[in-house]
Write a protein that binds this ligand. Structure first.
Ligand SMILES: [Zn+2]
Ligand SMILES: [Zn+2]
Length: 350
């Protein structure tokens, strides 16, 4: 039996253990991908801390932000030859439900998620359906491209398809971690003026370097008041990229009459909603989840053209055995994306 190294999550108590496990074999319509890198994400943190349960109970290999190289084809898998550099999207839609057929595959009613329903990318290899993988052009750095899988695709869909950011608009981004930094890049690209909001001065500094017009720290200033002053009435769009009732309330309070709030952060809690304001001011609140399969090729092209940058998103790299260290750093709010680079794949990174 061929084996591989994997960081296996055994549940909250025992945690993650690096061990030798059977290498998966691609089933019909699947490909075997050698993992070049897999990003560690806040969603993984929810599972690791027991704040959310994985659909496949532990033991499970987490990780859903994968780039790598196709090494084997399952029966009937065509169109992506062995050796192709690919991105593995986090969400695997069914392709046939009503939502999939109306182009909303990201909220497919039968969707499966890598590293949640199936074993993910904190391993040397994983299998994925051939129809879902996205080929990556040679110009893109392979390991860094893993940030496209979620850290860039989620804010792309939020900014472009859901918040529908227009040239000249003021966009207030509440939360400047990985997703917020991605949202900043796409809002700038859409021609918007960005106000970046975060408690962490380091993140605000990074936001400034990526083109935020203004940065605000809620510890130092009354954010909604300041945004209204700067924008002469309020932001056209607010992006909530933290996922808490408090930041939701702050984000909504920054929006002008007729403005839009896009909720990208996850929380299982309820937030109060001023219904009168919503009605009188015709404010819109939309949610946003992941992205549609069709969005990936657009994002890949934007990266290839150098109009969206991968490097500022990558703030660390660790081997499988250092996953715990990366988790601690994520919990502490340091950095944006740490890439987990499985050892054997190091050779393909060049
Ligand atoms: Zn993620
Ligand atoms: Zn579906």
């Amino acid at each position: 039996m061929t084996t591989m190294q994997a960081a296996v999550f055994h549940g909250v108590g025992p945690g993650v253990v690096v061990e030798e496990v059977p290498r998966p074999a691609p089933g019909p319509g699947e490909v075997l991908v050698e993992v070049a890198a897999c990003g560690l994400c806040g969603t993984d943190l929810h599972y690791l801390l027991g704040e959310a349960a994985t659909a496949k109970p532990p033991p499970i290999i987490l990780g859903h932000e994968v780039s790598g190289i196709v090494r084997e084809l399952g029966a009937g898998a065509t169109g992506v030859p062995v050796g192709t550099r690919v991105l593995v999207p986090p969400v695997l839609p069914c392709g046939s439900c009503r939502l999939c057929r109306s182009g909303r595959e990201n909220i497919c009613s039968r969707l499966r998620m890598v590293g949640n329903h199936t074993d993910g990318g904190f391993a040397e290899f994983l299998v994925a359906p051939v129809r879902d993988v996205v080929p990556l052009p040679a110009e893109l750095p392979l390991a860094e491209s893993s940030v496209i899988a979620d850290a860039l695709s989620t804010p792309f869909h939020a900014v472009v398809n859901r918040a529908r950011v227009q040239p000249g608009e003021w966009v207030a981004i509440v939360g400047c971690g990985g997703l917020g930094t991605g949202a900043l890049q796409f809002a700038k690209l859409a021609g918007a003026h960005v106000i970046a909001i975060d408690l962490n001065p380091e993140r605000l500094e990074r936001a400034r370097s990526l083109g935020a017009a203004v940065t605000l720290n809620p510890q130092e200033t009354d954010v909604p008041k300041e945004v209204r002053k700067i924008t002469n009435g309020g932001a056209d769009v607010a992006m909530e990229v933290v996922g808490s009732p408090a930041t939701f309330t702050t984000a909504l309070a920054t929006v002008r009459r007729g403005g839009r709030l896009c909720v990208v952060g996850y929380s299982d809690q309820a937030a109060p909603l001023p219904l009168g304001r919503l009605m009188f001011f015709e404010e819109e609140i939309v949610g946003s989840l992941g992205c549609r399969p069709t969005d990936y090729s657009v994002i890949v092209e934007l990266v290839r053209q150098g109009r969206v940058r991968l490097e500022p998103m990558v703030t660390g790299r660790v081997g499988l055995d250092e996953l715990g260290k990366a988790v601690e750093s994520l919990r502490a709010g340091r950095g944006l994306r740490t890439l987990v680079v499985p050892r054997a794949a190091g050779s393909v990174l060049g």
